[in-house]
Design a protein around this ligand. Structure first.
Ligand SMILES: Nc1ncnc2c1ncn2[C@@H]1O[C@H](COP(=O)(O)OP(=O)(O)OP(=O)(O)O)[C@@H](O)[C@H]1O
Ligand SMILES: [Mg+2]
Length: 484
C-alpha cells in the first residue's frame, strides 16, 4: 500500500502543486487549505505523514503539529517554514516533528528525497525490510529480464507508479518493451485480478476505434446489429493499454480527452446516457509526442492528461549491460519454442560484437536474431554467418572474420531509413578507425554533417564502445585515433 500523506497549507496553489507531484510519485494525497479541516481529517482517517505550513491564519503549524501528534501519534509531521523562521523550525522538532523544510523548497532534490527517507523507501533502519520487499517484488518482476542499472531504475519506478491509478505514458523506441512494461504495471497494481485490455489505436480506422472503445447501440451504424459494450467497459476495474496512442486522429482526440477528464463516455448511437467506468489508462507510443503537439498533430491538453507519469523505456544500447541475461533468456525461449532445436551458444568474441552492435530494433531485434540463429545454425556454436545480415555487416566492419562474403546489404525491409543510416555511420566510422573526416568522405557528406548525425542519433557512446572493442583487438600498443 502506498503511503498516505496529508498536506495543509493556506495557499491553495501550494496544495495543488504538492497534490499533483505527490500523486505522480505514487503517494495517496489529501490536501487542505484550512488547518481546522486538516484536524478533522486527522480525526477521521489515518495518515503516514502530515506536511504542514507554519504560518497560517487561525491555527499555526506548531499548534496543528501538537494536536496532530496527540490524535495520531503514528503519523509523522514535516513542517514547511519560510526563510526567517528557522528558530520556529527547531521548536517544531522539539514538539515532535520529524523534520522541517525551508520554503521555497527544491521539490526534486530536497522535498521528495526527504519524504522517501521518512516513509521508509531508503531509510537505513528499514534496509532489511527493504531487501525483503525487494526480493518479493523481484518475484513479481518475473519474466522481465535485465537487472542492469537502467533497467533496475525503470523497474523501481514501475513498481512505484503501479500502486497508484494515475495515467502513465510509456515512451520508447520500437521494440524496447513498452507492451511488456504495461503488463507489469497491471500485474503490480491492485487491479491485477481485474482485466488487462490492450488496444492498438493504429490498427483501426477512427469510427471503428470509437465503437470498439466505447461500444455502440443497435442500429447506430450499418453492421451494428445489436447493442455492444466497448473495451472501456470490459476493462472496468482494471487497466486499459492504449497502444500507439500517437496515431489517433485529431477528431477522435477530444472524445478520448473527455473520458480521461470525467471517466465517462457515450456509446456510439446513445447521446443520452453516459457510461461511467473505473479504468486505469496506460498509453504507449514510439512517437515523440512533444513534437506531435508542437506540429499540431496531437492535442496539448490530451498530452498532459495522458502524461501524468512519463516513463521512458531505455533503448537496448542504453541498457547493454542486460545483454548477457537477455541472451540467456531468448536462447532458452527459442529452444523451448522450437522442439528439436538445442540451446545455442555464443563465443566471447561473438558476445563482444553483439555488445557493440547498435540494435536499432532493440530487444525485439535481439529476440528475433536469437530465434533465427537457433533455427538456422548448423550446430550449437553460433557463427557470425548464422546471424541476420545487419549484424554480419556490422561484424565485418569491425574486421571480424564472418565467413562467406556477401555484399553488405543496404538494409532489409524491416529496417527503417534511420536504422540504415545509423548502421552506415557506424560502419564507416569503424572502417576509418574512427576518423570523422575520412568517414565523412566515405559517406559522401561533410564532416559537419556527420557530426550532426552522430549527435542526432545519439551514437557517441556507441562509437566509444566500438573504439574500445577495436583497441582491445589491436593490442595495447596500437594507438587509436580519437572520434572527435
Ligand atoms: N525486459 C524484457 N525481458 C524479456 N523480454 C522482453 C523485455 N522487454 C521486451 N521484451 C521482448 O521484446 C519484444 C518487444 O517488446 P514489446 O512488444 O513490449 O516492445 P514495444 O516497445 O511495445 O515495441 P513497438 O513500439 O514496436 O510496439 C517482445 O517479444 C518482448 O517479449
Ligand atoms: Mg508495442
Amino acid at each position: 500500500m502506498s503511503a498516505k500523506i496529508l498536506v495543509v497549507d493556506d495557499e491553495a496553489h501550494i496544495c495543488s502543486m504538492l497534490d499533483r507531484i505527490l500523486q505522480r510519485e505514487g503517494y495517496q494525497v489529501q490536501t487542505s487549505t484550512d488547518p481546522e479541516d486538516g484536524l478533522n481529517l486527522l480525526k477521521q482517517q489515518s495518515y503516514d505523514l502530515l506536511v504542514t505550513d507554519l504560518n497560517m491564519p487561525g491555527m499555526t503549524g506548531l499548534d496543528l503539529l501538537g494536536r496532530a501528534r496527540k490524535i495520531q501519534p503514528g503519523c509523522e509531521v514535516v513542517m514547511m517554514t519560510g526563510y526567517a523562521t528557522v528558530d520556529t523550525a527547531r521548536e517544531a522538532l522539539k514538539r515532535g516533528a520529524i523534520d522541517y523544510i525551508e520554503k521555497p523548497m527544491d521539490i526534486e532534490d530536497e522535498f521528495l528525497p526527504l519524504l522517501a527517507r521518512i516513509l521508509g523507501s531508503d531509510s537505513e533502519e528499514d534496509e532489511q525490510d527493504g531487501d525483503l520487499e525487494e526480493s518479493r517484488t523481484q518475484d513479481v518482476w518475473g519474466d522481465f529480464v535485465g537487472r542492469g542499472e537502467a533497467t533496475l531504475s525503470l523497474l523501481k519506478k514501475v513498481t512505484k507508479v503501479a500502486r497508484s491509478d494515475v495515467p502513465v505514458l510509456l515512451q520508447g523506441q520500437s521494440g524496447t518493451g513498452k507492451e511488456v512494461v504495461s503488463g507489469l504495471l497491471h500485474k503490480l497494481s491492485r487491479r491485477s485480478e481485474r482485466p488487462f485490455i490492450k488496444v492498438n489505436c493504429a490498427a483501426l480506422p477512427e469510427t471503428l476505434l470509437e465503437s470498439e472503445l466505447f461500444g455502440h447501440t443497435k442500429g447506430s451504424f450499418t453492421g451494428a446489429i445489436s447493442d455492444r459494450d466497448g473495451l472501456f467497459k470490459a476493462a472496468d476495474g482494471g487497466t486499459l493499454l492504449l497502444d500507439e496512442i500517437g496515431e489517433i486522429s485529431r477528431t477522435f482526440q477530444p472524445k478520448l480527452l473527455r473520458v480521461l477528464q470525467d471517466g465517462e463516455f457515450h456509446r456510439v448511437g446513445d447521446a443520452q446516457r453516459s457510461v461511467k467506468v473505473d479504468v486505469r489508462i496506460v498509453a504507449a507510443t514510439n512517437r515523440n509526442l512533444v513534437e506531435a503537439v508542437r506540429s499540431g498533430d496531437f492535442r496539448e491538453d490530451l498530452y498532459y492528461r495522458l502524461n501524468v507519469v512519463p516513463l521512458e523505456i531505455p533503448t537496448l544500447r542504453n541498457r547493454i549491460d542486460d545483454l548477457p541475461d537477455l541472451l540467456e533468456h531468448f536462447i532458452a525461449q527459442a529452444a523451448r519454442k522450437h522442439t528439436g532445436y538445442k540451446k545455442i551458444h555464443f563465443s566471447d568474441d561473438m558476445i563482444r560484437v553483439l555488445t557493440s552492435y547498435p540494435w536499432p530494433g532493440n530487444i525485439r531485434e535481439l529476440a528475433n536474431a536469437v530465434e533465427s540463429a537457433t533455427v538456422l545454425a548448423e550446430n550449437e556454436e553460433i557463427r557470425m554467418i548464422d546471424l541476420p545480415v545487419a549484424i554480419q555487416d556490422f561484424a565485418r566492419s569491425l574486421g571480424e572474420e564472418v565467413g562467406v562474403q556477401v555484399e553488405p546489404s543496404m538494409g532489409n525491409e524491416a529496417e527503417t531509413l534511420e536504422e540504415i543510416e545509423m548502421r552506415c555511420i557506424i560502419q564507416s566510422m569503424a572502417k576509418t578507425k574512427f576518423n570523422k573526416t575520412r568517414a565523412a568522405d566515405l559517406l559522401g557528406v561533410t564532416r559537419r554533417t556527420l557530426s550532426y548525425r552522430i549527435n542526432k542519433y545519439d551514437l557517441e557512446d556507441q562509437l566509444t564502445r566500438l573504439r574500445e572493442a577495436h583497441g582491445e583487438r589491436d593490442g595495447a600498443n596500437t594507438s587509436v585515433p580519437s572520434a572527435s
